[in-house]
Design a protein around this ligand. Sequence first.
Ligand SMILES: CC(C)(COP(=O)(O)OP(=O)(O)OC[C@H]1O[C@@H](n2cnc3c(N)ncnc32)[C@H](O)[C@@H]1OP(=O)(O)O)[C@@H](O)C(=O)NCCC(=O)NCCS
Length: 312
Amino acid sequence: MNELRPLLASLTGEMNGWLREDDPLIGELTVPDEGDDVVLALAAQSRRAAGLVRRSDTPLSDAMSLWQASTRENLQLRCSPEATTADISNLLDSWLEHPMPEVSEPGGDRARSVRLPVPLRQAIVPLLEYGFTARTVTLARRLNTPPPVSPSPALIRPAREDDGERMRELMRELMATEVSFGSGYQRAPEVSDHHVEEALTLHDGWAVVAEIDGLVVGWASMAPPEFSGWAAPSVRPRPAAYFGNAVVDPAVRSGGIGRALASTLHNHAHSHGVDTIILDAASNNTWSVPFWHRLGYRPLWTTWRRRYPTSD
Ligand SMILES: CC(C)(COP(=O)(O)OP(=O)(O)OC[C@H]1O[C@@H](n2cnc3c(N)ncnc32)[C@H](O)[C@@H]1OP(=O)(O)O)[C@@H](O)C(=O)NCCC(=O)NCCS
């Protein structure tokens, strides 16, 4: 690893210069750090691409395991603008010739992933050829002017503690959608309740519900900038806020409620000085990506994933 550090540093610098010119909204990459979780250091023969592979494990009871395999290898890829598809294939070849580790917990799952800025198109064909699929897309939207709050067929109001039960039901419904699209993982139903508990700690209008005739039919939440630091490096502008959840009851979808929930949070974020909103959506969730596009978001990063059977 040590001997690769100068190469990783220079490729990171080249990549940042190129990305800044291509799309000033895309956040700056950092030089991959050494650490106990690094299992491989890789460089293409041409030295135009290099990366570190890190291993991580998440307990199945942890809410993060809803969105990712419980045992993972993640490649932090850096490459020069001159890197070719052959350079990327060369690197992927060295990675994939190593066996995928076994799951750390019974009932767990395994995946390899790599997250890339959208302009890095020379990586797409090699990733497809090596069995990866575009799994998640990180989208962003700036709030340059106060966004108008859309008219709503439902009452939009801050979430309260006594909305918890309906919010949990809707969250479980959202997870079922994500699992069926292959973007979420099947876990015990109560694991997704964590997202509701977290949203209910967000006071001051950062979590909102839609109500019709006294029934909660949708909810959405956004983490204020002080809790969005982990996501902020995806974009350059600050402050950035992370839009965590949005769900509408299937019985009343496509009636403007999702837009009303999102626009209320956009307006709230703008009044708190937020410059840019970031979110992750499942690439193949046909309910989700077109919706965010209509709301003014555009893709900046793609996470490519290859899922493995539980045991070979
Ligand atoms: C995504 C979701 C919250 C949208 O809520 P909704 O109330 O159905 O959305 P709206 O009716 O307000 O639609 C807003 C706009 O998006 C468009 N839109 C919504 N879903 C769409 C779809 N599947 N395909 C194309 N356009 C879509 C609408 O046409 C509308 O555009 P317009 O106002 O410019 O005419 C809802 O479909 C849902 O709960 N999906 C399942 C959970 C999920 O995937 N959540 C997102 C997690 S990232």
